[in-house]
Design a protein around this ligand. Structure first.
Ligand code: SAM
Length: 253
């Protein structure tokens, strides 16, 4: 959680003085993002281009892990949490923004064959996901991996998934993308199921940095979910984990 506004010029200047080595990489990212934004018709196309560029360098870094050990740890953290919350091998799981299966590989291994559905806006990261499946000998689990352009889930059945999971996805999403998800996720969620998502929480002003990282107040997301007939609650037990984001659990109202 933060009260800082990373989009504020004064904050950025003070940060640059304290971290001079980060100025050149930030300037490169700024220039790249300006070009990608100018070429993209909407946020999803823009972010897909960001992922293409990042994945071409390293798929693990593209999903936010600075090292392979961190990639393993972040996957395990997500898996352990859902296991503590009663995940069963017979559950039907949908992972929104599955990336290169940092956590997905553990869910796939644990669930019965065919019970895991991963979707992502980035074909490049989904190709990396297939490499993760091969590396971890998960072929027999026949998971479903699908590229999408939006979060309407139109190709998925009603009331099907007990567990829907989105980790570090809404931290990269403007509010209208989150709202599209809330407007449709209730249809594919089983009546007794839940949808967990993480977000970058601010107690100050909501803001974004380079249209890549978005900071929201808890009330904004809870109210938005309720507006779409969903119940939402802040998951305080996630806060103990060494992870900068917070978690909300949504269920059908
Ligand atoms: C930081 S990565 C996290 C990946 C995975 N959840 C994990 O924890 O390893 C964010 C992922 O979400 C995907 N993504 C971003 N916006 C999305 C959207 N609107 N719909 C589906 N996927 C999205 C990105 O392409 C990327 O693979």
């Amino acid at each position: 959680m933060t009260t800082k506004n990373r989009a504020n010029l004064l904050y950025q200047l003070q940060y640059a003085v304290r971290n001079p080595a980060k100025v050149a990489p930030y300037a490169r990212r700024l220039a790249r993002d300006l070009i990608l934004r100018a070429r993209s018709r909407d946020h999803v196309s823009y972010y897909r281009a960001v992922m293409k560029s990042d994945t071409s360098r390293s798929a693990e870094a593209a999903v936010g892990s600075k090292s392979h050990d961190r990639w393993l740890a972040l996957g395990k953290m997500q898996f352990d949490y859902l296991l503590e919350h009663g995940l069963k091998p017979t559950d039907r799981m949908l992972e929104i923004g599955c990336g290169n299966l940092r956590a997905g590989r553990l869910f796939i291994d644990y669930l019965e064959p065919g019970r895991y559905y991963g979707l992502d806006i980035s074909p490049d990261i989904l190709i990396a996901a297939t490499e993760t499946l091969a590396t971890h000998d998960l072929q027999d689990k026949v998971p479903h991996l699908t590229p999408v352009r939006n979060l309407t889930f139109a190709f998925l059945p009603d009331s099907y998934f007990n567990v829907i999971h989105a980790h570090s996805v809404f931290s990269h999403s403007p509010l209208h993308v989150i709202e599209e998800c809330f407007a449709h996720v209730g249809r594919v969620l089983a009546p007794d199921g839940f949808f967990d998502f993480t977000f970058d929480r601010t107690e100050g002003r909501e803001h974004h940095v380079l249209h890549e990282d978005f900071y929201y107040r808890t009330e904004t997301l809870v109210t938005l979910a309720e507006r779409h007939g969903l119940q939402a609650r802040f998951m305080a037990d996630w806060e103990k984990r060494p992870h900068g984001q917070s978690k909300i659990r949504v269920s059908r109202g």
